[in-house]
Design a binder for this molecule. Structure first.
Ligand code: FMN
Length: 334
């Protein structure tokens, strides 16, 4: 059957709407290291290496995890619009920045599960601080399945000593990064001062001024760098660590990183549907010796990609910014 001009225009409009959602994915330091192209019924996703963290992420692992999270969001958005997105991951070995070709096929109208997930895309926000409550038992099973459906695994740290060790390693990495000028300069580049007009980076409305101590305590990133920036925290003496989980993958290749990113976002959207938020502590995974130690001690034969705490947040209004879609989207006339 031939496509009419109306069909073509509808697909182009839907592709744009889906990209408008995809950019709300989480990304390391809110670097938003992605570029999208739309041509006919194909959407391409490319990594933007100018936005890679050269010091903390020289191999681009976290850049590709971030892009994977955007790819999963794109898929959900397309399904909510009644398309069936067919993804070809890393389709061209000669073009490593080309992460995915997504072909739009006609799909079913979105069901309730897709709608529920899609509704979380702009509701979800990273949390930075303690939690009021841990997730109810039972929710974790669903989150585990979400990760597995995308080819990764969620491993909960249950043992008090494992949690203690992961918190201590995070603390060690945070100290190492604060005392190393190159890391500190890089954080400063991605944590602009209040009043900035930038639409990327971790800005002062995205983190609390003070974080209550939890036990064990996982230190937050030093986005404010001692300048007193951040949102005034709600009075909160019930701050809990929440559930501590590692997202792990079987291998440690670019394909594993993109899949881990998709798994991350699938877990986060599902968690958000249960009113759960995630706090990230990836400091130790950015220090190669510490990442290797975590892998050998706590991950069996898998590779750690993210360290998260999950729980019910205290309702603080933390927000994040995004670049306008025009900056990341190229639309080719079909
Ligand atoms: C791979 C990756 C690593 C991250 N590491 C941290 C981290 O160590 N500390 C932190 O506070 N947030 C971390 N984040 C969260 C980002 O800072 C956050 O997604 C971004 O600022 C956008 O904000 P939003 O998630 O609220 O939309 C990470 C996100 C990703 C995808």
């Amino acid at each position: 059957m031939r496509s009419t001009q109306t069909d073509i225009e509808r697909v182009a409009a839907d592709a744009r709407r889906a990209v408008e959602d995809a950019i709300w994915a989480p990304s390391v330091h809110n670097t938003q290291p992605w570029r999208f192209g739309v041509a006919g019924t194909r959407i391409t996703l490319r990594a933007d290496p100018d936005r890679r963290l050269g010091v903390a992420d020289p191999r681009g692992r976290e850049m590709l995890i971030s892009c994977g999270a955007a790819l999963y969001t794109l898929r959900v958005a397309l399904r909510s619009l009644g398309h069936d997105p067919v993804v070809h991951l890393l389709p061209d070995p000669d073009r490593p920045q080309l992460l995915a070709d997504v072909d739009l096929r006609p799909g079913e109208p979105a069901d309730e599960a897709v709608e529920r997930e899609h509704a979380q895309v702009r509701r979800r926000h990273s949390h930075r601080g303690g939690f009021l409550a841990a997730p109810e038992s039972g929710v974790l099973t669903g989150l585990r399945h979400a990760a597995e459906r995308e080819g990764a695994r969620l491993v909960q740290a249950v043992d008090v000593h494992v949690k203690g060790a992961l918190a201590a390693l995070t603390d060690a990495a945070e100290h190492v990064q604060r005392r190393t000028p190159a890391y500190a300069t890089e954080i400063a580049r991605w944590a602009p001062a209040p009043g900035t007009s930038r639409k990327d980076g971790v800005q002062q409305d995205a983190y609390p001024r003070r974080t209550p101590l939890t036990a064990p305590h996982f230190p937050a990133r030093d986005f404010a760098r001692g300048r007193g920036w951040g949102v005034e925290a709600a009075e909160d003496d019930t701050a809990l660590t929440g559930l501590v989980v590692l997202l792990v993958s079987k291998g440690d290749t670019p394909a594993d990183w993109v899949k881990s990113g998709q798994a991350l976002q699938r877990v986060l959207l599902r968690a958000a549907a249960h009113d759960l938020s995630a706090a990230y502590h990836t400091q130790a995974l950015q220090v190669p010796d510490l990442r290797e130690f975590i892998r050998a001690q706590f991950c069996g034969d898998a590779y750690p990609q993210l360290l998260l705490r999950l729980g019910v947040a205290n309702g603080e209004k933390l927000t994040s910014v995004r670049r306008p879609v025009e900056e990341v989207l190229t639309e080719e006339p079909s």
